[in-house]
Design a binder for this molecule. Structure first.
Ligand SMILES: Cc1cc2nc3c(=O)[nH]c(=O)nc-3n(C[C@H](O)[C@H](O)[C@H](O)COP(=O)(O)OP(=O)(O)OC[C@H]3O[C@@H](n4cnc5c(N)ncnc54)[C@H](O)[C@@H]3O)c2cc1C
Length: 398
């Protein structure tokens, strides 16, 4: 039997941050993970450069049934706190579009830093360790864990096992099962930051556009209100992807329609009426091909004739052609699912937790942090910032 003050399950972003903070306070900490390598998701994140945070983090960058829950943790551990930690390890970084912060060299810099911090403060990490069961010791308020390696007792138990996204990277529903064991409420889960897939008919017409990328605004009337994002959209051989699609996908529910403006910088109808005056003999198709890739123009105008000089179109003709590009109504058949989703929307209902400590209100000593909690960030470093912040806060109390 191994006795610790704190057992953390999940050796990745939130779990390692929590381990460091708790160990700094002199707590005896062990982190258990079933994977053979720690922090697999950090390793592959941000195309290998880890988008570890963002200069402008606000509650508006998160989805949650209680949008205010994440405020407290996010205000107590901010991007500059993480940058200060990186500075201690001389890790170079840079800012990209949308205030996103990335490593210059590799995501491994972050992994190595967190592992070095665990080592520095004597937090143990045990990998390839499969949790068999968790029980409460009667008469005592501590936890007893049986695992494939050893048994552990601890006063505090932290669940940092993340969401369901990318099972290949070790994701499981372990956190949700623990929540059920302790009769805690869950918010239904769904894949987020995930590409859309076409139905059969859409595939027939749109598959040939695979590889084309355009800047677009995508809008949706969601349960959380009207949402709109502007970034790159990519046509894939299965459906639609690119940052703008990943962002809106977190708000999307099966059956909902999104509206896509493929020319967000232009009032196409107005521009075409100007062309009628300035270049009346120009062919409508030629004009459209100045604005968008030819293949895209051809596919989107299959139902109308665009071969005539622009002067021959009346107002309603111009309007209907404009709408094809500026308010394309698209109903995804589905998403590519947890296999490729960057995050999981939903999870442990935040009403079960203290926003200050991340402790379960009705189970003393039990904590949930990171993605397993119903707090999901937009694309842009917000998910890691939530993992660091929630791990940091729990680390002060476990
Ligand atoms: C491809 C990809 C790229 C991403 N890029 C970014 C990015 O650049 N910026 C950003 O902010 N976010 C990014 N994310 C999201 C980010 O990785 C997660 O939100 C974040 O890692 C969540 O941290 P976590 O500690 O809660 O969970 P995780 O990082 O998922 O860690 C959970 C840990 O628990 C372990 N575990 C799971 N089940 C068990 C079990 N049954 N027993 C024992 N251990 C278990 C896992 O092995 C894992 O080590 C990306 C995600 C993916 C999939």
């Amino acid at each position: 039997m191994n006795s610790y003050d704190v057992v953390i399950i999940g050796a990745s972003a939130s779990g390692l941050m929590c381990a460091v903070e708790a160990a700094k306070r002199g707590r005896r900490v062990v982190v258990l993970d079933h994977a053979v390598k720690a922090a697999k998701k950090i390793r592959i994140s941000g195309g290998g450069k880890c988008n570890f945070s963002n200069y402008y983090v606000s509650v508006d960058n998160y989805l949650s049934q209680n949008p205010h829950f994440c405020k407290s943790a996010l205000s107590r551990y901010q991007y500059f706190d993480f940058l200060a930690l990186m500075a201690e390890y001389d890790i170079p970084w840079h800012e990209r579009d949308h205030e996103q912060l990335f490593c210059d060299r590799s995501a491994m810099d972050i992994v190595d830093m967190l592992l070095a911090e665990c080592h520095r403060y004597h937090a143990d990490i045990i990998l390839d360790c499969h949790i068999e069961n968790i029980a409460r010791i009667s008469g005592d308020e501590s936890f007893l864990l049986h695992t494939s390696q050893k048994s552990f007792t601890a006063e505090s138990l932290v669940i940092a096992t993340g969401g369901l996204s990318v099972p290949k990277m070790g994701a499981t529903d372990f956190g949700l099962k623990v929540a059920r064991q302790f009769e805690l409420k869950l918010i239904p889960t769904r894949p987020g930051l995930v590409p859309f897939t076409h139905n059969k008919t859409q595939l027939k017409t749109l598959q040939c556009l695979s590889g084309i990328a355009v800047e677009a605004v995508v809008s949706l009337d969601s349960e959380e209100g009207a949402k709109s994002f502007r970034e790159n959209l990519l046509f894939t051989h299965k459906g639609l992807s690119g940052p703008v699609i990943l962002q809106i996908s977190s708000y999307w529910h099966k059956g909902q329609r999104v509206e896509i403006n493929l020319l967000p910088d232009l009032d196409l109808g107005y521009w075409l009426t100007q062309q009628q005056k300035e270049h009346p003999d120009s062919c409508l198709k030629t004009l459209l091909c100045r604005l968008l890739p030819r293949r895209l123009v051809e596919v989107f105008t299959q139902s109308v004739s665009i071969e005539k000089p622009v002067k021959q179109y009346n107002i309603s003709g111009i309007e209907s052609v404009s709408k094809l590009f500026s308010s394309w109504k698209y109903t995804p058949s589905g998403t590519e699912g947890y296999r490729v989703a960057e995050v999981t929307v939903g999870g442990l209902d935040t009403s079960e937790l203290s926003s200050k400590t991340m402790q379960v209100r009705k189970v003393k000593g039990l904590y949930f942090i990171g993605e397993v909690v119903d707090v999901t960030g937009h694309l842009g470093g917000f998910n890691f910032q939530w993992a660091w912040a929630s791990g940091f806060c729990a680390g002060q109390y476990v």
